[in-house]
Design a protein around this ligand. Structure first.
Ligand code: E4P
Length: 221
């Protein structure tokens, strides 16, 4: 499973990329609004450090304008892919852009029919927002469970990005279901590494190693 980082924060991106496990980045207007840098400069810097696709969101509402905006985003760097919210105008734009070879990530997906239409329009990725479904007492991962066989049934190449991840179990379930990608904020990524038994184990090994060193130095005397 590929792991994307869901942030526009350059320091977090540099740190996570240095771990050697990051395959891409997703941004959105909210994440970009938290950074103080000029939008285009920020995206360029992110693209320079990420070894994979960087999703940049379009905010226009008519197909013609979305297409123009998407082409502009793609001029920033070769690894930019455009994020377009699912809607009729978004589908029209997605068809045109994917015919031009521009990769689209269809975002704000909350139902299997939205994902199916995005795939049919040629979208390279669809992003079901599992956490936001959980937030309204729905089952976010149940949507992913439906999308995996739907895409497999028809051989769609569209990849599923499990988005709006809130905790490590979302990642575990996504991996068990065979979702292609999980995109997660930096604090959730850190939680994937941590385990209290590992911390305690390292601590004990270090303590015991001190005893080994002490015994060796006593022997030398
Ligand atoms: C994904 O592409 C989105 O940027 C993101 O996962 C949204 O997450 P949120 O629901 O925590 O804002």
């Amino acid at each position: 499973m590929k792991i994307f980082l869901d942030t526009a924060n350059l320091d977090q991106i540099k740190e996570a990329v240095s771990w050697g496990i990051i395959d891409g980045v997703t941004t959105n207007p909210t994440l970009c609004s938290r950074e103080k840098e000029n939008f285009n400069d920020l995206i360029k810097k992110i693209c320079d450090v990420v070894p994979g696709p960087v999703s940049v969101e379009c905010v226009e509402s008519h197909a013609e304008e979305i297409v123009k905006e998407a082409r502009k985003h793609c001029e920033i760097a070769e690894n930019v892919i455009v994020k377009i919210p699912i809607c009729v105008e978004g589908l029209k734009a997605t068809r045109r852009l994917s015919d031009e070879g521009i990769h689209v990530n269809t975002t704000l997906v909350f139902s299997p029919t939205q994902a199916l239409l995005a795939a049919k329009a040629g979208s390279r990725y669809v992003s079901p927002f599992v956490g936001r479904l959980d937030d309204i007492s729905s089952d976010g991962m149940a949507l992913v469970e439906q999308l995996v066989p739907i895409f497999n049934n028809y051989g769609f190449e569209t990849e599923i990005i499990v988005a709006s991840i809130r905790h490590p179990m979302h990642v575990v379930e996504a991996a068990l279901m065979g979702a292609d990608i999980a995109t997660l904020p930096f604090n959730s990524l850190e939680k994937l590494v941590k385990h209290p038994l590992t911390d305690r184990g390292i601590e004990r090994f270090l303590d015991d190693w001190e005893k080994v060193k002490k015994a060796m130095s006593q022997k030398e005397k």
